[in-house]
Design a protein around this ligand. Structure first.
Ligand code: SF4
Length: 319
């Protein structure tokens, strides 16, 4: 039976969550099997016109060194990822209108011509842009709602509304995109009821993908002195997302690994079936700092091989 709001709140607060993890793992196995999908993620611009109060890329952060990759650089990186065995590229940036719909469309057309799936994650854009990129070959779009509480949403996002964000997600679904959303655990002011609403919003939109990870404070943001989110609570939310959306793609998020690498392994036995690996070139990687993280040298083939080994060690099949 699918849990309702009251049941979700009760489950989130359980002392012993082990039976729910086991149920989520069984649902994952029955619905999407033992494959763990490895996605390459290319962060191609850290310019952003928005002011999200938790994010190091927000436009008010004057200490951030900004970069934009050229289409040629993007294609060279995408080609290297393809040669290393990746078959999905997530193209992510801040909300940066410098990349016109036509410019991004050309990049999408080229990459998808190599039999590579493109997921776009470039923020809120006119719905006509979404339609255009779909025609160019993009089939997936990620746009996290971050919190389903409209009051908290307004407090965290001086530009934009929850209504507009959800409107974009519904438009993406209507266009036929595999649509991904997601949210953070541990935002100041968030309660278990908020998390239940976050989960139910994913279901209401009919999300095909959902990224759920802990909030990590960035020192150059208004939330610098807040505490980080609880990784274990994030894992609980992933497990419940699996119960609500049995066939969805649910990643073990990078933020979870930043706070607690063991928890990132654990989440694969609690419903997760996707992992993303940065392929962003070294020159730009450390500048794409939504939250602080220790990042090593990018070696696309070696990192892919290492990840495949880790996934096999978990008894799962990398793809
Ligand atoms: S969360 Fe996204 S839209 Fe908001 S400031 Fe960061 S990069 Fe920009």
């Amino acid at each position: 039976m699918t849990p309702d709001r009251d049941e979700l709140i009760r489950l989130l607060a359980l002392e012993d969550f082990t039976p729910v993890y086991a149920r989520a793992d069984a649902v994952r196995r029955e619905s999407v099997g033992d494959t763990v999908h490895i996605r390459a993620i290319l962060e191609f611009s850290n310019y952003c016109r928005r002011q999200c109060r938790y994010c190091g890329l927000n436009r008010n952060n004057r200490t951030a060194h900004r970069f934009r990759m050229t289409p040629e650089e993007m294609l060279a990186t995408a080609r290297a990822a393809h040669q290393a065995g990746y078959r999905t590229l997530v193209m992510q940036s801040g909300e940066d209108p410098w990349y016109t719909k036509e410019l991004l469309g050309e990049v999408v057309k080229e990459i998808t011509s190599w039999d590579m799936v493109v997921t776009l994650s470039v923020g809120e854009r006119p719905h006509g842009d979404f339609a255009y990129w779909k025609q160019c070959g993009a089939t997936r779009y990620l746009l996290k709602h971050e919190t389903a509480d409209p009051v908290l949403y307004d407090a965290l996002h001086p530009c934009g509304t929850l209504e507009a964000r959800v409107g974009c997600l519904r438009a993406l679904k209507a266009l036929g995109y595999e649509t991904g959303s997601g949210f953070m655990i541990g935002l100041p002011g968030q309660t278990l009821s908020t998390i239940a609403d976050d989960l139910l919003l994913l279901k209401d939109i009919g999300c095909d993908m959902a990224g759920i990870g802990p909030f990590i404070p960035h020192p150059a943001t208004p939330l610098a002195h807040q505490s980080a989110g609880d990784p274990a609570l994030a894992t609980r939310a992933v497990a419940l997302a699996r119960l609500l959306l049995p066939a969805a793609h649910l990643p073990a998020t990078t933020s979870l690994g930043v706070l607690d690498d063991a928890e990132k392994q654990h989440v694969f036995s609690c419903g997760a079936n996707v992992i993303m690996k940065k392929v962003t070139p070294d020159a730009y990687k450390t500048l794409y700092e939504i939250y602080p993280a220790q990042l090593g040298h990018t070696d696309i083939p070696a990192e892919r091989r290492a990840l495949e080994q880790q996934i096999r060690a978990l008894g799962r099949n990398p793809l």
